[in-house]
Design a binder for this molecule. Structure first.
Ligand code: HEC
Ligand code: HEC
Ligand code: HEC
Ligand code: HEC
Ligand code: HEC
Length: 482
């Protein structure tokens, strides 16, 4: 036998026995070639849709394994048929198991080939499983596959301080048990999306979100915080010149784990445990707060308007306060029209010399019909307003007007998602007290303890207000001069 015919008969002996094995071999080979092609670095990066990843790392490997597993099924089926035929011809003495004669070059070749292909298959399966895990952990996978559902969170994420932190680092965190849990709940979510049974909007607070000790504190460890931080907030007024007013706060952030004044010092001191009872789903109405100190002192504060009886308090579900009770929007930050415009104007994306643009913008953003063509509505309103009141401006500041229209539409798109029933203010932000109750859910001077102490609202415990809505605040000029 020359080598070529020997290889051919080896291949035929292994894979050409019957149609089942041949289909299995065909499917496996095609998938293997495609998978190897996708494993080549850089090839995936050329495509911008997350579905390519699903195809390359989930669907193809599925068929690859299916093909692989039907090859032995075919071999076994074929073998049984042949044994049965030989038994009919030669009698029951024919043994069931084949005799492998390694003196036969075809058997030797087949054994070598099987060994070689097994190594290749193990390589393909392990690389592809690794890539599948990496791919499913990527923000593109989490944020873009179920596009409509995750669009609000993905959009806010991309534009946030955490846009280089992966979704899974906050939503799953390290460790195998949470990985498995997340994949199980992920499978449920895929079904919910497929059958459109998910809620619009996705309800918050997120049930079973991993405690922040295991996620946030992986990067922001409590001992790291210290001292004060200056915050400068710029608001544009709703007057003709959109005057810029600045508020300067000296935030007393303070350190974790060390005693001393400050927000974190008090609230994330591991020696203190603050628990509370909320009477609404979004945890906006806090009826009861308890603080347990290291020395065993327990103080209970009750809201003045709370009608909870001691039995109800004992039976109610209590939550232990952690980072997320204040930082519930570290990444998915949705802004109000006024805040979003302040930001756009500060960043120079809207020309502040356009008269009344702040007032007009806020009105237009609140009033457009989100289900309709938002951009056209904004364009018509803005042009109509300037046409009526500042006609020459449509020509002299043509470009500014156009940019403003585009930015207003973009602001709307970043914050309002009609398909998920998300509009201005759907998700409260608990950091602060200006637009949502936030800190004042407790710090309202009316949650009081049995001996008359209250959770204080003193303006100086959290920050010093160095300037409040001032034009060119003196304190900033002083700082700049130094
Ligand atoms: C820095 C941490 C962090 C990152 C990164 C992050 N999230 Fe979140 N996410 C949160 C927190 C905290 C909440 C909880 C909000 C609550 O319970 O009120 C949340 C809530 C959500 C919700 C519920 C709806 C909502 O807006 O509250 C969805 C959906 C979500 N995240 C998806 C994602 C996706 C998709 C990504 C990646 C593209 C991502 N998250 C990245 C911290 C994060
Ligand atoms: C993988 C690391 C990582 C994780 C996990 C993480 N963060 Fe961050 N966080 C960062 C980085 C990086 C920054 C940006 C620092 C900067 O801009 O100076 C940041 C910034 C912040 C800021 C300041 C934002 C600002 O406007 O200055 C807050 C608040 C914050 N994170 C809270 C959280 C909370 C709450 C969680 C948990 C839900 C969390 N982070 C999880 C890395 C992380
Ligand atoms: C009682 C509410 C509260 C709790 C609880 C809380 N924080 Fe904060 N945190 C704040 C406030 C308020 C600020 C200041 C925000 C500002 O400057 O605008 C802040 C600031 C930060 C910053 C920015 C710090 C800087 O120096 O720039 C990070 C990061 C942060 N917090 C992370 C965390 C983490 C992680 C936890 C949980 C271990 C946590 N916070 C718990 C209220 C809280
Ligand atoms: C669930 C209730 C609750 C919420 C919400 C809450 N706190 Fe507190 N906080 C308390 C209690 C109780 C105390 C202790 C009583 C006191 O000092 O008035 C306290 C004390 C403090 C102190 C220490 C005051 C001192 O003695 O120096 C600071 C600072 C503080 N909180 C900041 C904040 C900030 C900032 C927020 C919002 C981002 C916030 N807290 C939200 C319950 C809460
Ligand atoms: C329990 C803590 C706490 C108390 C008490 C408190 N504040 Fe604040 N305040 C905050 C936090 C947190 C922010 C938000 C900072 C940020 O935007 O990150 C804030 C923001 C502000 C702002 C800026 C609002 C804006 O434009 O965003 C002003 C002004 C302000 N506080 C004034 C006051 C005054 C006046 C009092 C007394 C009646 C007071 N605060 C009491 C925690 C507190």
């Amino acid at each position: 036998m020359n080598p070529a015919t020997r290889w051919l008969s080896t291949l035929m002996a292994l894979f050409g026995r019957n149609w089942i094995t041949m289909i299995g071999t065909g499917v496996t080979t095609v998938c293997a070639v495609l998978i190897i092609a996708f494993l080549v670095p850089g090839l995936m990066a050329m495509s911008s849709t997350p579905y390519v990843g699903i195809f390359a790392f989930l669907i193809l490997p599925g068929f690859f394994v299916l093909g692989l597993s039907i090859i032995p099924v075919g071999v076994y089926w074929d073998h049984r048929k042949k044994v049965a035929a030989r038994r009919r011809a030669e009698g029951e003495a024919v043994s069931h198991y084949p005799t492998l004669n390694f003196n036969n070059p075809v058997v030797r070749g087949a054994a070598g080939l099987v060994f070689f292909l097994t190594v290749v298959n193990v390589f393909i399966i392990s690389s592809v499983s690794y890539r599948a895990v990496v791919h499913m952990d990527s923000p593109e996978f989490c944020g873009e596959v179920c596009h409509t559902v995750m669009q609000p969170e993905f959009t806010s994420y991309v534009d946030s301080p955490h846009s280089r932190v992966k979704c899974v680092e906050c939503h799953i965190g390290p460790g195998a048990p949470w990985f498995v849990r997340s994949k199980l709940s992920g499978a449920g979510q895929v079904l919910a999306v497929a059958f459109n049974t998910y809620s619009h909007p996705i309800p918050t607070p997120v049930e079973n979100l991993r405690p922040s000790q295991d996620t946030c504190e992986e990067c922001h460890w409590p001992q790291k915080f210290t001292g004060d931080r200056v915050r400068v907030i710029t608001n544009y007024s709703e007057d003709e010149t959109n005057s810029a007013l600045q508020t300067v706060l000296l935030m007393h952030i303070g350190g974790g784990a060390s005693r001393g004044a400050g927000i974190h010092s008090w609230h994330i001191d591991p020696r203190k445990e603050t628990t509370y009872i909320a009477t609404d789903e979004q945890r906006q109405k806090i009826a009861w707060v308890q603080v347990k100190e290291a020395d065993g002192t327990v103080t209970e504060y009750k809201a003045a308007d709370s009608e909870l009886t001691p039995e109800q308090i004992a039976a109610a579900e209590k939550r232990r306060m952690d980072c997320l009770d204040c930082h519930n929007r570290p990444t998915h930050i949705f802004r109000s029209p006024a805040r979003a415009l302040d930001e756009a104007m500060t960043k120079g994306r809207i020309d502040v010399s356009l008269p009344y643009i702040k007032k007009l913008g806020v009105e237009v953003l609140k009033e457009v019909d989100a289900a309709g063509d938002v951009r056209t509505q904004i364009e018509q309103r803005v042009r109509a307003y300037y046409g009526e009141n500042y006609n020459e401006l449509l020509e002299s500041k043509r470009e500014s007007v156009e940019t403003a229209i585009a930015e207003l539409a973009a602001v709307h798109k970043r914050n309002v998602f009609p398909k998920m029933d998300i509009t201005w203010g759907t998700y409260p932000n608990n950091l602060g007290h200006e637009e949502f109750p936030g800190c004042y859910r407790c710090h309202d001077d009316s949650h009081s303890s049995a001996n008359g102490e209250v959770i204080r609202q003193d303006c100086t415990i959290c920050h010093a207000v160095l300037a409040w809505q001032e034009e060119n605040p003196e304190v900033l000029q002083k700082l700049a001069a130094q």
